[in-house]
Ligand binder design. Structure first.
Ligand code: NAP
Length: 226
């Protein structure tokens, strides 16, 4: 079973990021927690990401976990119909849910030693699956997460060549009680506390092998169709 000793959690003030950072620490890992609240860290700013990675020191991270993400806020809500679509919502969603994670992948490729074994996970969402899209709506969020998935998939192919011991993953955490999901929590949905989600995600991470590189999985480690 994989044990993590030196982890980086981006979005560590969020529901899932915070719970996973706590759990990693409780299991003995050193955890660097990065968040907007504590360091004014912005996942959409490449310089911010580069600064975080340059602070890595002599022991490279064995886990980089991106728990940032955007669904609603600043007057933006997921769209029920095309009539609600706006450039602002598309831009905000793509910046946070796709461009930021892509810039993180770029910085990982630049800063991680090529022979180092590490896991890099970015939280995606099942609604980003194109083939699983039966309901429509949520245009900006869905398409931004789908873009993130494609970016991870492509990066996984490149990393296989440049960093053969890297395991990149897009992970759907399931429905989790957090600020992000709060407006959409409704009866019938299996909403889990962040601590439970963190336990499940941790189990998935501990079981990872090189064969899992480049997958899109849920919190049980099951494949989600792209
Ligand atoms: N909760 C769910 O049911 C669910 C389901 C599927 C996928 N996900 C995904 O899981 C991830 C974590 O969500 P969560 O439920 O833990 O929500 P959350 O509690 O709202 O956490 C998201 C975190 O992202 C941070 N963030 C947003 N924009 C940022 C930016 N530009 N730069 C840096 N940090 C930024 C937020 O910072 P602030 O604290 O400063 O706002 C927040 O701490 C997201 O990617 C989400 O799409 C969640």
């Amino acid at each position: 079973m994989r044990q993590f000793s030196n982890a980086l959690v981006l979005g560590a003030h969020g529901g899932i990021g915070g719970a996973l950072a706590d759990l990693l620490e409780a299991s003995g890992a050193q955890v660097v927690r990065i968040s907007r609240k504590d360091q004014d860290f912005d996942i959409t700013c490449e310089q911010n990401i580069a600064d975080v990675m340059s602070g890595m020191g002599d022991t490279p991270y064995d886990l980089v976990f991106n728990a940032t993400g955007f669904l609603h806020g600043d007057g933006i809500m997921p769209e029920k119909t095309l009539r609600q679509l706006s450039k602002e919502a598309l831009t905000k969603n793509f910046e946070t849910n796709a461009i930021g994670p892509a810039l993180l992948l770029k910085q990982l490729s630049l800063t991680m030693p090529r022979s180092h074994e590490f896991v890099a996970v970015s939280l995606s969402a099942r609604v980003g699956s194109i083939s699983d899209n039966k309901l429509g709506g949520w245009y900006s969020y869905r398409s931004a997460k789908a873009a993130q998935n494609q970016l991870i998939r492509s990066a996984a192919i490149e990393f296989r060549r440049t960093h053969p011991k890297a395991i990149l993953l897009a992970l759907h955490p399931g429905t989790v009680a957090s600020a992000l999901s709060e407006p959409f929590a409704k009866s019938g949905l299996r909403v889990r506390p962040p601590q439970q989600a963190a336990q499940e995600i941790h189990s998935v991470l501990q079981a990872l092998t090189f064969d899992d590189h480049g997958r899109f999985v849920d919190h049980d480690g099951k494949d989600i169709p792209w």
